[in-house]
Design a protein around this ligand. Structure first.
Ligand SMILES: C[S@@+](CC[C@H](N)C(=O)[O-])C[C@H]1O[C@@H](n2cnc3c(N)ncnc32)[C@H](O)[C@@H]1O
Length: 435
């Protein structure tokens, strides 16, 4: 007689997680969309297990193969096995219930651990937690006083610290320490361990502190509109960079923030309102239809269009990030249209920042190259110089006069999300170094 009691059901949570994983693998659909559609499950725990699987995919798949878990148990469904092994080895380290699949995976615990140990697998240390001060509602002095009162220790570096030394110091942050960033004013850096702590913190809920990855702060930092300027944010929702622009401008001047998606527009209105932005005028519409008279005297423009997003570290990805040429071609077409519109439709523009959270050249250097060809009245400024040369990763040098001026943030070396940024300036008459 079988030692398993077949009447014991697999817990719904495991079944639903395996169903989502299967759909994501077979249909190459976004895990976040699939979780969002799953109305009846506890989505937080689905998210945790799938994120753990995406982070440890190589180790889980390898251990399943090495231990012959699926080969020797042909009735065990593959995606359910991946979910159970992830939970047992990398998650809660225990499994609920006594269903047959659960008992089978449990009985392989030692073999699975051994296979992972022998493969030399090392878990990648997550990047630090970045927390930005929303100066509309809270000052640096108030934040430092609060942190000192909570026994956080500030790790200070000499003012002439090089970028490599700064990165070494960030990697060595102790759990009770924090630092201020080398490039972005008002950005605090904590040990990765405090990700959930800050996500649930009252100061974050009240929008005095904003959870914003360092990489996404470069857009407002490098566009640098002065206090009192007029700015157009062409692809604004959910509004993280709009809010940062507002902080850079000390909440003085005017920001026109355009968003075409109704739902995301609502988020933009809520965030900018709750975060105390007094100078933001949100509008629902297509940035390509914006005319100069809709936003008079615009001098600075941010173009942060939809992109493939493969630089984002909080994405849950369960397949290789395969390049989808057709999708990239379509995205790049829209990106060129929006950036070109920014360059032609607004006569008083001085500077434009273009950014994506993609690491594909098709959405980055190639878009910049095409827009400069179409709009020779603009030139690139060097992002690295704007950061006092305290930066390493720039664009591809194969794109002459373009690559070296653009900036990349790369997750492994800069300890941030992956982004690309290019900064354009309107040429003065007589300026003639064409690309
Ligand atoms: C990468 S997200 C912007 C993120 C935002 N800047 C932030 O920091 O929170 C791109 C946004 O652009 C919007 N979008 C795309 N094409 C647009 C268009 N033609 N006009 C207005 N918004 C557009 C998308 O709906 C999406 O919300």
């Amino acid at each position: 007689m079988s030692k398993f009691n077949h009447s014991v059901k697999v817990p719904t949570q495991y079944k639903v997680t395996a169903k989502i994983l299967k759909a994501a693998l077979e249909r190459n659909t976004s895990i976040k969309t699939l979780i969002f559609e799953e109305k009846h499950a506890r989505t937080r725990s689905l998210h945790v297990v799938l994120k753990l699987y995406s982070e440890n995919r190589g180790a889980v798949d390898n251990a399943i193969a090495e231990t012959r878990l699926l080969k020797d148990n042909p009735n065990l469904e593959g995606c359910l096995a991946k979910v159970l092994v992830t939970e047992l080895i990398f998650g809660r380290k225990q499994l609920n219930g006594d269903s047959k699949p659960v008992q089978t995976v449990r009985s392989y615990r030692e073999k699975l651990q051994q296979a992972i140990g022998e493969s030399g697998y090392q878990k990648k240390e997550p990047n630090p937690r970045y927390v930005r001060i929303n100066t509309n509602l809270f000052s640096l002095a108030e934040a430092l006083e609060y942190l000192a009162g909570e026994d956080w220790r500030r790790k200070e570096l000499p003012t002439d610290t090089s970028y490599p030394d700064f990165l070494v110091a960030v990697k060595a942050l102790e759990e009770d320490e924090f630092m201020t960033d080398l490039h972005i004013e008002g950005l605090l850096i904590f040990h990765s361990k405090w990700g959930h702590y800050w996500a649930a913190h009252d100061l974050v809920r009240s929008k005095k502190l904003i959870l914003q990855n360092k990489a996404t702060c470069f857009a407002a930092e490098l566009l640098a509109p002065p206090t009192g300027a007029t700015v157009l944010d062409m692809c604004a929702a959910p509004g993280m960079k709009t809010l940062h622009l507002c902080n850079v401008m000390q909440n003085k001047g005017r920001i026109y923030a355009v968003e075409q998606s109704k739902e995301r527009y609502r988020a933009l209105c809520n965030i900018t309102d709750e975060a105390g932005c007094q100078i933001v005028t949100p509008s629902l519409g297509d940035a390509l239809q914006m005319k100069a008279e809709d936003c008079p005297d615009v001098e600075y423009i941010l173009v942060d269009p939809s992109c493939s997003g493969n630089g984002m570290q909080n994405r849950i990805s369960v397949c290789e990030d395969e390049k989808d040429d057709h999708r990239l071609f379509k995205l790049a077409g829209l990106q060129i249209k929006i950036l070109s519109h920014a360059m032609t439709a607004f006569p008083n523009v001085k500077r434009i920042a273009y950014c994506t959270c993609s690491l594909w050249k098709e959405e980055n250097e190639q878009v910049v190259k095409r827009c400069l060809q179409i709009n020779p009245s603009y030139k690139l400024l060097s992002c690295k110089k704007a950061l006092r040369n305290k930066w390493q990763n720039v664009g591809d040098k194969e794109y002459a006069n373009i690559g070296k001026n653009c900036l990349y943030c790369l997750p492994d070396s800069d300890l941030t999300d992956g982004i690309f940024l290019a900064l354009f300036e309107k040429r003065n008459d007589g300026d003639n170094d064409y690309y």
